[in-house]
Design a protein around this ligand. Structure first.
Ligand code: F6P
Length: 320
């Protein structure tokens, strides 16, 4: 392959820039030209394509967001949109495409592969909701972002003998809540994978108070409900004083962690190697610290594997 393209799609994640850099540098090392497609599939349809260069990625590795920008495109889901995207790729002479994004973005890759466009998916989402890979790019940074906020919230909750309930992102996946909760010594973690009635959860907080533990931190994944709704339930059914915080986009921004930069570099390199080997229609991932690839349809169909053992560990830690 002489010319390949790369785009970022869906929610941005810290580490996407490291992956773009790795794609560019590996491509150049293999004698390819690398084009950047701006604003995801939407930009592809609109022909927003330009050469990538060392200068464009220089000093961006440590920055959050994505230098290629991103978007969620409804048009790309239509036959007309996909055909337009393919005609743009042909017009620019792009022979292979690398897409950095989540599940929805990978479905887009599959549509392109079906129509003969060599495409590779790199997992980029803070949600860590792709079961074929142990980690997705951005998850580690998001967990660290959340964990750092937990300690700030705990300080003020303790000063008032209050409970703090913290809502985090993740769509239907509880991984951010789980990992940040374990790292932040949360007393209760509410995630969709381990449903707990709000009655039970509220009782636990009331019991904590009875035995003299006035301050608790509750993590709630957005897939398990809203922090403010839970806080209101607790207020109405117990005498626990509780305050809700929704962390929002603060968890998706900021400098990527070392783990995410290294993971993104490894995945970016492997994606280009696969295109060079004409082994496309694959998603790259990491399992037991080894970079590997699976067919895209397998990657998309695989449910997230929730770490029940880690969840149970936290329950034990929170007992006393
Ligand atoms: O998929 C990443 C994510 O941040 C989810 O955790 C969250 O539900 C969603 O994106 C937010 O989407 P948007 O950026 O469109 O508000």
């Amino acid at each position: 392959m002489k010319r390949i393209g790369v785009l970022t799609s869906g929610g941005d994640t810290p580490g996407m820039n490291s992956a773009i850099r790795a794609v560019l540098k590996t491509g150049i090392a293999m004698g390819m030209q690398v084009m950047g497609v701006y604003h995801g599939y939407k930009g592809l349809i609109e022909g927003r394509v330009d050469y990538l260069s060392h200068e464009k990625v220089e000093n961006k590795m440590h920055k959050g967001g994505t230098i290629l920008r991103t978007a969620r495109s409804e048009v790309f889901k239509t036959e007309e949109g996909i055909n337009k995207a393919i005609s743009v790729l042909r017009a620019y002479g792009i022979e292979g495409l690398i897409v950095i994004g989540g599940d929805g973005s990978f479905r887009g890759c599959m549509e392109l592969v079906k129509r003969g466009v060599p495409t590779i998916g790199i997992p980029g989402t803070i949600d860590n909701d792709m079961g074929y890979t142990d980690f997705t790019i951005g998850f580690d940074t998001a967990v660290n972002n959340v964990m750092n906020e937990i300690y700030k919230i705990r300080d003020t909750m303790r000063a008032h003998d209050r409970v703090g309930v913290i809502e985090v992102m993740g769509r239907n996946c509880g991984d951010i809540a789980l990992w940040a909760g374990v790292g932040g010594a949360a007393d209760l973690i509410l995630v969709p994978e381990r449903p707990m009635s709000w009655e039970d959860a509220a009782n636990r907080l009331a019991q904590n108070k009875l035995r003299g533990k006035y301050t608790s931190i509750v993590m709630i994944a957005e897939g398990a409900g809203k922090a403010e709704d839970f806080a209101e339930y607790v207020r109405q059914h117990t005498d626990v004083e509780i305050k809700a915080t929704v962390l929002g986009y603060i968890q998706r921004g900021g400098n990527p962690s070392a783990f995410d930069r290294v993971l993104a570099s490894r995945l970016g390199q492997r994606a280009v190697e696969l295109l060079a080997e004409n082994d496309y229609g694959k998603a790259v991932g990491i399992r037991r610290n080894k970079i590997y690839e699976v067919p895209l349809d397998e990657a998309v169909g695989m449910r997230d594997r929730f770490d029940n053992k880690l969840y149970d560990l936290n329950t034990v830690m929170a007992q006393f």
